[in-house]
Design a protein around this ligand. Structure first.
Ligand code: FAD
Ligand code: FES
Length: 264
């Protein structure tokens, strides 16, 4: 596995300074740090409101949209923790442990980065697209969801990439799954693609299979359930194809997709 510049994670208590809601289900939360959070694309935070009491007890993992003095996350409401995040108001205090996890591997200038996002899997890929832009690289981005309402932050992604959309109900982009766009993008890249993907497990399994068929590298971001986020609880084990497990928080979240047993 490629080495990376691992900055130690810091546990801080920071205020929320903005909550930008995108409909009822999606919310961008921005926190204010005293000293900038030095995070790399693909890294995540463990976040918990200081006023949450006993429930939910554990912090929630969220990918970073960017680091800096005012790091942001995008939250989709699925349960109690994300509902509490979505209802937070500016001034509310949060305990944040960051930066965590292995970031995306760098993409050399003679490769063609293809970013494949499903739903809120867009977060670590938008951070990656912004990082690539700073290096003068404009990636191809393929973004899919059930309907147009799932394609949050697509305008931000469009600003950084050659963006193509797919929705299962046809309300935006081509009708069908995002993976339907991948074969064409891989063909255009003519063997020089490096694929990065984050989204539902079945989508990532298809993306890894397509990249394998095209004989190009493919990294995935593993968004399994996590309790600690830094390799202590062993609750984030994901089966390896060659037996045993990888721990998504410490060996991922970003990892070579070929390492994972996608059938289990
Ligand atoms: C590294 C990482 C990065 C993530 N980044 C984001 C992000 O940028 N934005 C975002 O909205 N979410 C992200 N998630 C998922 C997010 O952490 C969960 O949705 C959240 O913890 C759910 O908490 P809850 O209390 O609202 O729901 P819970 O009450 O804990 O669960 C509600 C339902 O969601 C399911 N669920 C919970 N966690 C997950 C999960 N990780 N994967 C699949 N199903 C789950 C449960 O099984 C249950 O059915 C990320 C997860 C990881 C591990
Ligand atoms: S979440 Fe605890 S070891 Fe990975």
């Amino acid at each position: 596995m490629e080495q990376y510049d691992r900055r130690p994670a810091r546990q801080v208590t920071v205020p929320l300074v903005r909550r930008d809601s995108i409909g009822a289900s999606h919310h961008v939360l921005t926190f204010e740090y005293d000293t900038p959070l030095e995070a790399q694309a693909g890294q995540f935070v463990m976040v918990r409101g200081t006023n949450w009491g006993q429930s939910p007890f554990l912090p929630r993992p969220m990918s970073l949209l960017h680091g800096g003095k005012r790091p942001s996350i995008l939250v989709k409401v699925v349960g109690e923790g994300t509902r509490r995040l979505a209802n937070a108001e500016p001034g509310d205090l949060f305990s944040v442990l960051a930066p965590l996890g292995r970031p995306w591997s760098p993409c050399s200038s003679h490769r063609v980065p293809i970013l494949v996002a499903g739903g809120v899997g867009v977060c670590p890929l938008l951070f990656l697209a912004r990082t690539l832009k700073q290096q003068g690289i404009r990636p191809v981005a393929l973004y899919g969801g059930r309907s147009s309402g799932d394609l949050v932050l697509y305008e931000e992604l469009q600003a950084e990439s050659d963006l193509r959309l797919a929705t299962e109900d046809g309300s935006a982009g081509v009708k069908g799954k995002v993976t339907a766009l991948l074969d064409e993008a891989l063909m255009e890249a003519d063997g020089r693609a490096t694929v990065y993907t984050c989204g539902p497990r079945a989508m990532m399994a298809s993306v890894v299979a397509a990249a394998r068929k095209a004989n190009v590298p493919c990294e995935v971001s593993l968004e399994t359930v996590m309790a600690c986020g830094y390799g202590v609880c062993l609750g984030c084990a994901v089966p390896r194809f060659d037996g045993g497990y990888v721990y998504a928080c410490s060996e991922g979240a970003c990892i070579d997709g070929r390492v994972i047993d996608w059938k289990k």
